[in-house]
Design a protein around this ligand. Structure first.
Ligand SMILES: [Zn+2]
Length: 347
């Protein structure tokens, strides 16, 4: 006999799937607001995986990842429970904004408090009604507005279980990232919940490779923790762990032309782009300060001195990291791998 599983006061019986509506503070118009959560419970007991997206309301790749994930037929046979929440920051999502209406960042407001700000209350509700039920968590993000991230996992790798699922996700790159105060990851780690942040793509855009890699990654984790049957397919690359990473910043204000692509392997001294004044005058070359791979870049050509232009990652072995990036790109490229750029999910 399985132990009862309830969320928001609703009991979910084994072998059923439901959409639960978590009640939220209404809009200022008094329009009622809810946070829909898919809850899929297998017939057999197993772990509880929480997958959530759009904690930053403008980071929407994860919304599409979850839409495709919950449509997979394989979920009919899971062990344990999948909680999948496509839009956590509903308020920000409506306004195409990272933030909440009180201008706070929800992902700096955890664990929150019942009597705190709107952000604090939302964080508190999310911790108590959702995160608390999870044995594993995956939080889906993109780069901030006007920036793009090469698909990467961020996690605390000194925890063996976290490292196991970080590698199983099979994003090409993994960053052993310190815990930032107020994030949901920090709050979850304090509750001993192995937690991954998947960072891929740009805010307010869909990126097909990032979406495919996200759906596949979640399925891979479900296989690793015993929620789905393991796959016998041989992997074409090994995820690489970033040794160190830093932003290359604009040496002067002006107009930026980047020549380095996301995912490019670069050597020390390579030209990565140019910053010029907008009137045809002074132009400065941007050269790479080291060998590595471009894992993030700005898409905005307007710079102030000191603005972040390119995120460079260094590896113990740059050549094999570059091979991983190439293998990942050719495997996931929607045109190369299937001949169509549609939305067929990869499972
Ligand atoms: Zn984010």
């Amino acid at each position: 006999m399985s132990a009862p599983f309830s969320i928001c006061g609703r009991e979910i019986s084994p072998g059923s799937r439901e959409v639960i509506e978590l009640p939220l503070p209404p809009l200022s118009t008094h329009s009622a607001l809810h946070m829909p959560a898919h809850v899929i419970r297998g017939k057999k007991d197993g772990p509880c995986l929480l997958v959530c997206a759009a904690l930053h309301g403008d980071e929407i790749n994860g919304v599409e990842i979850i839409r495709r994930l919950v449509g997979l037929g394989a979920l009919d046979k899971i062990r344990g429970t999948l909680i999948a929440i496509p839009i956590v920051n509903i308020y920000g999502f409506i306004h195409l904004s990272r933030y909440l209406p009180d201008r706070r960042d929800l992902n700096r407001s955890f664990p929150g408090s019942e009597t705190g700000s709107l952000a604090g209350r939302l964080a508190h509700l999310f911790m108590n009604e959702v995160v608390e039920k999870a044995t594993y968590g995956i939080d889906l993000h993109t780069a901030a507005i006007h920036r793009d991230n090469f698909p990467q996992i961020r996690a605390t790798l000194d925890d063996a279980e976290t490292r196991r699922i970080a590698e199983a996700f099979h994003a090409p790159l993994i960053i052993d990232a310190g815990l930032r105060p107020g994030t949901i990851r920090e709050a979850a780690v304090k509750m001993n919940i192995p937690w991954l942040v998947y960072e891929a793509g740009e805010a307010l855009r869909f990126d097909e490779i990032s979406i495919r890699a996200g759906v596949r990654g979640i399925v891979n984790v479900m296989r690793e923790v015993g929620m789905l049957r393991k796959s016998l397919r041989k992997k074409s690359y090994r995820p690489r762990i970033v040794k160190s990473n830093f932003w290359i910043r604009a040496p002067q204000s002006g107009i930026l032309r980047l020549t380095a692509a996301l995912g490019a392997s670069v050597s020390k001294g390579d030209i990565l782009g140019y910053v010029a004044d907008p009137y045809g005058g002074r132009e400065e070359q941007i050269t790479s300060p080291d060998n590595g791979i471009i894992i993030g870049r700005t898409n905005l050509p307007l710079m102030h001195e000191g603005d972040a232009m390119l995120h460079l990652a260094r590896f113990r072995d740059n050549a094999s990291a570059s091979e991983t990036v190439d293998a990942f790109q050719s495997e996931l490229d929607p045109v190369e791998s299937t001949g169509i750029s549609g939305s067929e999910p990869i499972a």
